[in-house]
Design a protein around this ligand. Structure first.
Ligand code: SF4
Length: 335
């Protein structure tokens, strides 16, 4: 599609999942110049901070001729999750506010590159909280983009948008998909040669009710939430003690190594010199936390076992006295 001798540009929200990849392909097939934007947060289940999102990179390879901008969500995103105007879904997922925030960022990008509209892979009726007519209306209105957000997969069920009215996009070639089944999308994708995409179960930890409880508890006890604290919320077994301390125990060696990397100076790090879990304490009861470390130690504790305690840059050693492999007393070296 030409606009004043040039291709019409559009920004597409691309998660790398099947729906957003299909939406981008539909736009490319209509001659639109697609610029993808992808949002990363520590709540994404498939992406490590240091790595590119594997799903979006695969999607870009399959789509070919499009650019990609990646945006890391920061403390403002966390603040929105703490107090969403439109509430939560099943877990701590504030989907409507999340979409509004991401669309507002996308619109800045749209203006920056001179794009004419935005599109998403949303499907009417697919997600209970944010993908139904009224939610689309709220999202469009509150993001300030009324009429400029095209949802190519469900367009037949939605009011014509500006790109359709202006003829930048041919509405008759847009789709009529609705509901939770992905059969239509899978069959379409296969016809388009799109065969590599993540299963729909992946995505966002905030929608997980158990993790949501951790997030709720974190907001209740931390005055200034920081996005840098989230990796710790995602790692290990968390136990809340009667005094309010949180004790995080690694469930395996990998988690132990992760805890060693992500514990903050203000956390107490407990590292045994015997085969036992690394523990992070957010609180004050070091001895109580070493007892928990011992609880999760599967083998007998050897004689003269020690636990290194690191806190605010200082190290100290705790000795565990034991006779028959059963720990009895825990004492600091200098006591
Ligand atoms: S599932 Fe998570 S990432 Fe997706 S819209 Fe909801 S809060 Fe945002």
């Amino acid at each position: 599609m030409l606009e004043q001798g040039r291709k019409t540009k559009a920004v597409g929200l691309l998660s790398g999942g099947l729906d957003s990849t299909l939406a981008a392909r539909l736009m490319l097939e209509q001659g639109i110049e697609v610029h993808a934007i992808n949002f990363w947060s520590p709540f994404c289940t498939c992406t490590a901070k240091s790595a590119g999102c594997p799903a979006v990179i695969t999607a870009i390879k399959q789509l070919g001729d499009i650019t990609l901008k990646r945006v890391a969500m920061g403390d403002e995103y966390l603040e929105m999750i703490r107090k969403p105007k439109h509430g939560y879904g099943r877990g701590m997922n504030p989907c409507i506010d999340c979409r509004i925030m991401k669309l507002k960022i996308s619109v800045e990008y749209m203006r920056e590159i001179g794009a004419s509209f935005l599109f998403t892979g949303e499907v009417l009726g697919q997600r209970p909280m944010s993908q139904y007519h009224a939610a689309f209306d709220i999202i469009d209105r509150k993001s300030g983009l009324g009429g400029l957000i095209l949802r190519p997969l469900s367009a037949a069920y939605l009011k014509p948008t500006v790109p359709e009215q202006k003829g930048w996009v041919d509405r008759t070639k847009l789709l009529n998909i609705e509901g939770r089944s992905r059969k239509k999308q899978i069959s379409l994708a296969s016809g388009m040669g799109i065969n590599d995409y993540p299963c729909p179960a992946g995505g966002c930890l905030l929608a997980d009710c158990i993790f949501g409880e951790r997030v709720r508890d974190y907001f209740a006890r931390v005055e200034k939430p920081s996005i840098n604290d989230i990796p710790l919320l995602k790692t290990g077994r968390h136990r809340k003690m009667p005094n309010g301390d949180i004790v995080i125990t690694a469930r395996d060696e990998n988690e132990g190594n992760t805890l060693l990397k992500i514990a903050r100076p203000s956390d107490h790090l407990l590292v045994p010199d015997f085969p036992g879990p690394v523990v992070v304490l957010q609180g004050i009861d070091v001895i109580g936390s070493i007892r928990i470390l011992l609880e999760y130690t599967k083998k007998d504790v050897p004689q003269n076992a020690t636990v290194k305690h690191v806190f605010n840059g200082n190290n100290e050693i705790y000795y565990i006295s034991n006779f028959t492999g059963v720990p009895r007393e825990i004492a600091r070296r200098d006591s």
